[in-house]
Design a protein around this ligand. Structure first.
Ligand SMILES: Cc1ncc(COP(=O)(O)O)c(C=O)c1O
Length: 391
């Protein structure tokens, strides 16, 4: 039954977004994700906004592995994990993830969003305190909303270690303190202050959770993420991450931690108790993506070179982008409609890069977010810098 109130509300929102130039276009890509894709109605476009950091989304071995997963196990589990939905390839993938990120064990999910939803509601108990960076990803924020009542939830200013320490001091009576941070912040492209966070957590006996979705495959000499970048591999209590970015780019996520922590998640985590497991296609393709990175660390080094080239080139052109070793380069614009206009202008020049505004970033801090891939050639990078020069 149509509801007039809802209809009015929906119409008003879409009309307003349209009139203020904030309506997001949804381009239809007709080819695999790679540096140059085919966009319906527009032809070939150079992609600078995918999370395909290592260019593995169309890697022949990754594709072949996905096909083999489909052949070996069919379309899906038709069950949740604890009933009859655990496939041997889930355990194979989870062992590979744990080894790659430096923990005892891991559990896979259909997305990192889903992993972050599972994490807080399952592990955090009433009277615990959770201290969270204000720029943490939306999946952490929403995951924390699902925690049991009675948790002392504190948000500290972005990477403000003094405020975090004050919060740690003020919550000494909590049975468990949990500090949670993105490894690489998805909109700023900066890295968390991991050595100081580890030190603070040790001093105050807090558990540290790092969501390394944008760090895995990107940071560290061999792509093992933010902990490797800071020489802290194997020192983080709990890591979460996605398989939907550098590691094949399909979908899927994980929580990696001690074996006991993973057992608690397996026994009590609602998302995996009540929802189907990762399809075998993805378990195979993501597992293969990790294997490719292990065999070819030079792909990670190529990404680091490309990041340097882009950052130097943009700086020379006078763009305002924060300095950082990550593959996320925010180009600050300010006004949301202007960011969307600039992204449309680049699109007309054959470059796909998205303008981000509210609610993804705070009002007035709209930006273009450029994401670098190891698969970009020198010619691709030059073409992009030429387009930026025109902009
Ligand atoms: C820091 C962070 N965590 C979690 C996610 C969600 O990942 P997924 O696409 O696997 O749900 C993202 C995706 O943008 C992210 O940037």
């Amino acid at each position: 039954m149509p509801n007039a109130n809802f209809q009015q509300r929906a119409d008003a929102l879409i009309r307003n977004l349209n009139e203020t130039g904030q309506l997001k276009p949804f381009y239809e890509v007709e080819s695999p994700m790679r540096p140059v894709v085919q966009v319906r109605g527009h032809g070939e476009v150079l992609v600078l906004c995918a999370n395909n950091y290592l260019g593995l989304a169309d890697h022949p071995e990754v594709i072949a592995a996905g096909i083999k997963g489909l052949q070996d196990y069919g379309a899906g589990t038709a069950s949740v994990r604890f009933i009859c939905g655990t496939l041997a390839c889930h355990h194979d993938l989870e062992s590979r993830i744990a080894k790659f990120v430096g923990t005892e064990a891991a559990l896979s999910y259909v997305s990192c969003w889903n992993a972050n939803e599972a994490l807080f509601q399952t592990l955090v108990a009433a009277d615990d305190a959770v201290l969270s960076d204000e720029l943490n990803h939306a999946s952490i924020i929403d995951g924390m909303r699902l925690m049991v009542k009675g948790v002392n939830k504190q948000v500290y200013r972005h990477s403000d270690l003094n405020q975090l320490e004050e919060q740690l001091k003020a919550t000494q009576s909590a049975p468990c303190r949990w500090v949670v941070t993105d490894g690489v912040f998805s909109m700023e492209g900066d890295v968390c202050h991991l050595p100081q966070l580890v030190e603070l957590c040790e001093r105050y006996q807090a558990l540290l959770i790092v969501d390394d979705s944008h760090g895995i495959g990107v940071l560290g000499k061999t792509g093992r993420g933010t902990p490797e970048h800071f020489d802290l591999f194997g020192k983080i209590d709990i890591l979460t991450g996605t398989l939907g970015k550098s590691l094949g780019g399909a979908a899927g996520g994980y929580i990696a931690a001690s074996r006991r922590t993973i057992e608690v998640l397996e026994q009590r985590g609602r998302p995996s108790l009540f929802s189907n497991a990762l399809p075998a296609t993805v378990a195979y393709s993501a597992g293969k993506a990790i294997e490719v990175v292990e065999r070819h660390p030079e792909i990670v080094q190529r990404l680091h070179q490309n990041v340097r080239r882009f950052r130097d080139g943009l700086k020379q052109l006078g763009f305002d982008c924060h300095e950082s070793p990550t593959a996320i380069i925010p180009i600050m614009i300010g006004d949301e409609a202007e960011a969307i206009r600039k992204s449309k202008r680049l699109f007309e020049m054959g470059i796909m890069i998205i303008g981000f505004g509210f609610p993804v970033v705070p009002r007035g801090q709209a930006r273009l977010r450029l994401q670098v891939s190891a698969a970009l050639s020198d010619e691709h990078i030059q073409r992009a810098l030429d387009a930026f020069a025109k902009l």
